[in-house]
Design a protein around this ligand. Structure first.
Ligand SMILES: Cc1cc2nc3c(=O)[nH]c(=O)nc-3n(C[C@H](O)[C@H](O)[C@H](O)COP(=O)(O)OP(=O)(O)OC[C@H]3O[C@@H](n4cnc5c(N)ncnc54)[C@H](O)[C@@H]3O)c2cc1C
Length: 416
């Protein structure tokens, strides 16, 4: 039996996407219950690299990545790998990923991602200001680092995308590079500095603070596992794993990499996969880190956080169930020590998270096929923190029938 008094909006998933959606819906005058089986930001949103990567608009499946794929995949500890036992399951997703790398799709993907990033940037600024979270943000830029001028030239397309978005950057070498980050190995010869790049002091603290700001505005949290959503003419029945059910006027599926388990019974068979990522958070004294460092050619990032120095990244295609392979985190730490001599690599805490990824690197934001009382917001891949406030606003617009600031068709959950 469902509880008789319907709640206004139920959001399934209290990761950063669900949390920001709750905040934006409360701001729009709606009343939200966030439901999560684990708690607030206990999964992927807890341990990420903390970057607001508003200039990352190039889809993962570009020709550059596709060319490197055979070399990377044959290295089990390289930047991108496929667990052999998972290859049969992921092959259909890989075929779509490959198609997403064709020039026509890349061009339209960049246009769509750029539009979403503009919304993401302005909505993040507004959320940070309105929720009073400025103290949780670092605005000291990022340094993307390369081992040769040829590697730097290989990033021309990223530079063009940054320029098109008006994102300030400059190439740095020699004394300027050494000043921006002392103590790097001589193997690192040049870099790109993006001075206005932002990171959070800690992704978990940020998510908890946004959740608190949402609850201060009237949202509430319920710890429960949702097993099914049943659309009704006047709302949605949300069945929980303890056998009980709740009734809501509208619901949002923001279940990260697990979202397809809820959407498939609703007729939306969405090709959601997970790109598993690994990292190690070292004590803060491990290196005199001035700002976030990005070693793109090696697929990892080093982030200064309130909780320490986080070294990690990489992509492992291995689904939701296989046990983690923390040798991947060890390998990134060893590489970081090679490029950052003096890095103290002991005393760290290892973590693995599940990026929720769609093959074209765009999220699914829109109504379900069956009912306009159910909306989806998942599939943000490498960019969930970056796009969280923007996604929250777009979902709030959907549920309140407000006009959208951008064309939403590239994000349609039914586009596949
Ligand atoms: C190593 C790594 C580094 C990253 N770095 C960055 C970065 O620097 N910047 C950036 O923007 N992004 C980054 N990301 C990506 C980012 O972390 C994710 O895109 C984002 O966290 C996804 O948020 P989410 O809310 O969709 O999912 P999640 O955080 O996974 O939340 C989903 C929630 O839904 C709950 N849930 C699912 N199904 C159910 C159910 N049936 N019932 C109840 N609860 C349910 C889960 O318990 C979970 O809490 C990184 C990811 C990784 C792995």
């Amino acid at each position: 039996m469902a509880d008789t008094t319907p709640i206004d909006v139920a959001i399934v998933g209290a990761g950063i996407i669900g949390i920001c959606t709750a905040f934006k819906l409360q701001e729009a005058g709606r009343s939200v219950v966030l439901i999560d089986r684990k708690g607030i930001a206990e999964e992927t949103s807890r341990g990420n690299a903390g970057a607001f990567a508003f200039s990352d608009v190039i889809p993962l499946a570009t020709s550059g990545v596709l060319q490197k794929l055979p070399r990377w995949v044959s290295d089990p500890l390289g930047p991108l790998t496929i667990r052999p036992e998972y290859l049969p399951q992921i092959t259909p997703w890989l075929m779509r990923f490959w198609r997403a790398g064709w020039p026509d799709r890349v061009a339209s993907g960049i246009r769509a991602q750029s539009a979403l990033m503009r919304v993401a940037r302005s909505e993040a600024e507004s959320l940070i200001a309105n929720a009073g979270l400025e103290s949780l943000i670092r605005r000291d830029g990022v340094l993307e680092l390369y081992g040769s001028e040829a590697e730097l030239r290989g990033t021309a397309r990223d530079d063009a995308a940054k320029a098109a978005e008006g994102i300030e950057f400059r190439h740095v070498r020699g004394a300027e590079l050494a000043e921006l980050q002392p103590g790097l190995s001589k193997e690192i010869t040049c870099g790109t500095f993006i001075p206005k790049w932002q990171t959070v002091q800690d992704p978990y603290d940020y998510a908890v603070a946004v959740a608190k700001a949402a609850t201060d505005r009237g949202a509430s949290f319920r710890k429960a596992e949702v097993v099914q959503l049943r659309p009704q003419d006047d709302g949605v029945i949300i069945e929980l794993s303890d056998g009980s059910a709740i009734r809501a006027r509208q619901a949002v599926v923001a279940g990260g990499a697990w979202s397809h388990h809820l959407t498939k019974p609703l007729g939306d068979d969405i090709p959601l996969e997970t790109e598993r990522g690994y990292n190690t958070t070292l004590p803060g004294y491990s290196f005199d880190l001035k700002r976030q460092l990005f070693f793109g050619g090696h697929g990892f990032v080093v982030t200064p956080l309130a909780s320490g120095i986080r070294v990690g990244g990489a992509v492992e295609l291995g689904g939701l169930k296989l046990p983690p392979n923390f040798k991947r985190a060890d390998a990134m730490l060893q590489k970081a020590a090679r490029f950052m001599p003096g890095l103290v690599t002991t005393g760290g805490k290892q973590w693995m998270g599940f990026r929720p990824s769609l093959p074209d690197s765009l999220p699914a934001i829109g109504f379900s096929r069956r009912s306009r009382n159910i909306a989806y917001a998942f599939g943000h891949g490498h960019l969930g923190l970056t796009q969280s406030a923007g996604t929250g606003q777009l979902v709030a617009n959907l549920l309140t029938s407000a006009p959208q600031p951008i064309d939403m068709s590239p994000f349609s959950p039914q586009r596949f």
